[in-house]
Design a protein around this ligand. Structure first.
Ligand SMILES: [Zn+2]
Length: 361
């Protein structure tokens, strides 16, 4: 089956309508070039990169050296394109991606360090762990974190059968772009339908927001604060560090018993751990500080951070899991309030934020 897409062939900025067909290995593109000649080109999936992606539609693939070629897959063809192969242009099957990750120098390094630590004892290990995970996280190239995150989120969405709310996801991604907070990661947000009050970050740039949390919010600035906070966990690589901590723990135990196969299972298992991943107090204050600073810098009222904290319940019915993973202490709220007061902020009118918030809420 063929889908219709648009090809930017690199030399000219004009797009060519193209017919695209793909297998797990090859993307075959048929188009007519500017001289009227029909051309057929093959992009190996392994050499194709995902340049942009939103959960609901627009997908952009990148191929070749600079000037890159791009293929834009419209929302209408997205489903058909997905069915022809894996989500990512790189192999997404966890086995293959995990094998590549395990064979990478970073992972071998983790194994060596993990084994060494198991031998030197649990006590030293407990102190060394936070330090090592920070160092290891810094060694993982961003691109590799993005592809690991894609494998994990694929796994997570499949095993939890999340019901993604497409129109709200589209609107919330537009909201995030309009907010204009810069990061090094490709941030993509998915809204899942749930009464639960929760949100969490996946390494590499994905943020999952449960629709139940919108009912708690009274101002759109609270949404900006939530997204900035989760983005901070990604940007400052807290999520990756927590993940590496689990891998180091299980990696060293497995090595001790000569069981390497246990390690790949750990990474897959960790996809589910993302749901209840807890951050250290230091990571939470770093994420709060990032949210306040970036909101203020973007001209969005940084009080959104404290409003959000005040509107999330802390007692009564069931304590929502976002609070288990992001403890809501009085000290934390006070510290954030103080930070907001000290941060210079000049409001920038962004009417589209309010408009998008109305369609999200
Ligand atoms: Zn947090």
């Amino acid at each position: 089956m063929e889908i219709e897409a648009r090809l930017y062939a690199g030399r000219v900025s004009q797009a060519h309508p193209a017919h695209v067909r793909r297998t797990d290995q090859l993307i075959t593109i048929r188009y007519t070039d500017e001289t009227g000649t029909e051309r057929i080109v093959d992009w190996p999936v392994s050499a194709t990169r995902l340049a942009d992606w939103s959960p609901t539609g627009h997908t952009r693939l990148q191929f070749g050296p600079f000037p890159h070629q791009y293929l834009d897959i419209p929302a209408s063809a997205y489903g058909a394109f997905m069915q022809q192969g894996a989500l990512q242009p790189k192999p997404i099957r966890p086995g293959v991606a995990l094998y590549a990750f395990m064979m990478s120098r970073v992972f071998m390094w983790l194994l060596v360090v993990g084994g060494f630590l198991a031998v030197t004892g649990w006590l030293i290990y407990a102190y060394a762990l936070p330090f090592l995970s920070l160092r290891a996280a810094r060694l993982v190239p961003i691109e590799q974190e993005v592809s690991l995150g894609n494998v994990m989120s694929e796994n997570l969405f499949r095993t939890n059968s999340f019901a993604v709310d497409s129109s709200r996801s589209e609107a919330i991604n537009q909201y995030w772009r309009a907010a204009g907070i810069p990061t090094r990661f490709p941030i993509r947000i998915a809204v899942v339908q749930s009464k639960e009050v929760n949100a969490f970050a996946i390494p590499g740039g994905q943020v999952v927001v449960y629709s139940g949390i919108f009912e708690r919010m009274q101002h759109h600035e609270e949404l900006a604060a939530l997204l900035a906070h989760e983005t901070a966990h990604i940007e400052q690589r807290h999520t990756l560090q927590q993940l590496i901590r689990s891998v180091l723990t299980w990696g060293s135990v497995s090595l001790l018993f000569g069981d390497i196969s246990g390690i790949s299972a750990v990474l897959i298992d960790n996809a589910d751990k993302l749901l209840s991943l807890s951050y250290s107090r230091q990571h939470e204050s770093e994420a709060d500080a990032f949210a306040v600073a970036e909101l203020a810098r973007s001209g969005i009222d940084p009080r959104g951070t404290t409003w959000l904290m005040a509107h999330l319940p802390t007692e009564g019915d069931v304590v929502p899991s976002i609070l288990r993973s992001h403890p809501q202490t009085a000290a934390r709220i006070e510290a954030t309030k103080t930070l907001v007061e000290r941060t210079p902020y000049q409001r920038v009118e962004k009417p589209e934020l309010n408009r998008l918030w109305q369609s999200i809420k």
